[in-house]
Design a protein around this ligand. Structure first.
Ligand code: ACO
Length: 277
């Protein structure tokens, strides 16, 4: 859901220290008052606890040996891992994740009620631990069949294909639930660019590989995308026309289409997950 008030509010934190990065923030976030009015906010990348100084963060590390997010590790391949975090069981972690992501999102309502969301937290793994790189949240129950509420790649990791990895994961969860999904609207500019790029690749690959022309319905069945996203994407690529009550796809344009970079490959075989309940 969009807010009009958040858009006009000015940045209240200039940078966040997270793991090895000091990241300049983009937008206002309604952080608890004890953390605002600071130039720099110090955040533990494993527990997401927030501190006003580096010394306090280091004391926290000395006391807390945990070097990964809470929740269940549901994906591990090469140096990438994903944890599923229940917002109700890890409320402080989930709220802090929302506060931090709001620093890079200008249009989303911050959900204080994190209980009703799952959080899929993506990490790069090395000998020091599992380092947060991005995440998406997902309503436990969505009447509109949204499969992503909020998606973020932390700025130092953007444009490396991690967003596409997260989007591919969100559609694989939809596939296992047997529910066609779509991200919550409105999308940000960067959100729309990323989804358009992901959707285009998936659909063009599908159309190129199909032994016979596919209907929109068949494409939805195979990709778990909603038909309106399929039609919107094919229209934006200018390869579909509506003619005498039918959608006609220009297969020559499909063959000639140039696609962007592939993103970090998501391997469904490395996902250990079945729908809850
Ligand atoms: N300029 C132009 N195109 C871009 C840019 C950019 N800055 N960022 C992403 N794209 C497009 C490109 O087409 C890119 O593919 P390419 O590199 O092959 O050209 C494609 O999006 C995907 O890029 P990824 O590297 O897979 O995505 P990334 O890891 O950068 O994450 C994300 C994308 C999550 C949207 C990131 O930009 C982000 O966190 N932005 C801030 C938060 C935000 O706006 N989130 C989406 C809100 S909408 C929602 O939550 C449902």
């Amino acid at each position: 859901a969009a807010t009009s008030d958040a858009v006009t509010q000015v940045k209240n934190i200039q940078s966040v220290v997270l793991g090895k990065w000091e990241i300049e923030t983009w937008y206002y976030s309604p952080l608890p008052p004890e953390y605002t009015g600071l130039n720099t906010l110090y955040v533990c990348e494993f527990t997401l606890k927030m501190f006003r100084s580096r010394e306090a963060l280091e004391r926290h590390w000395a006391r807390n040996p945990r070097r990964h997010p809470p929740g269940t590790e549901i994906y591990r391949k090469d140096h990438i891992s994903v944890f599923e975090v229940d917002g109700a069981r890890n409320r402080i972690y989930a709220q802090n994740l929302c506060y931090i992501s709001k620093l890079f999102l200008d249009h989303k309502t911050l959900y204080y009620d994190v209980d009703v969301f799952w959080f899929y937290v993506m990490c790069e793994v090395d000998e020091l631990g599992c380092h947060l790189v991005g995440y998406f949240s997902k309503e436990k129950v969505s009447d509109e069949h949204y499969n992503v509420a909020c998606i973020l790649t932390l700025p130092p990791y953007q444009r490396k294909g991690y967003g596409k990895f997260l989007i591919a994961l969100s559609y694989e969860l939809s596939r296992r639930e047997q529910v066609r999904g779509s991200p919550e609207k409105p999308l940000s500019d960067l959100g729309l660019l990323s989804y358009r790029s992901y959707w285009s690749q998936v659909l063009i690959d599908l159309l190129r590989e199909a032994p016979h022309p596919l209907s929109i319905e068949e494409m939805a069945e195979r990709t778990m995308m909603k038909t309106e996203d399929i039609i919107g994407t094919l229209r934006a690529l200018d390869i579909i026309q509506y003619y005498e009550g039918q959608h006609i796809i220009d297969l020559r344009k499909v063959q000639d289409m140039k696609l962007g970079s592939r993103g970090l490959p998501f391997d469904p075989q490395a996902l250990r997950w079945t729908p809850p309940g």
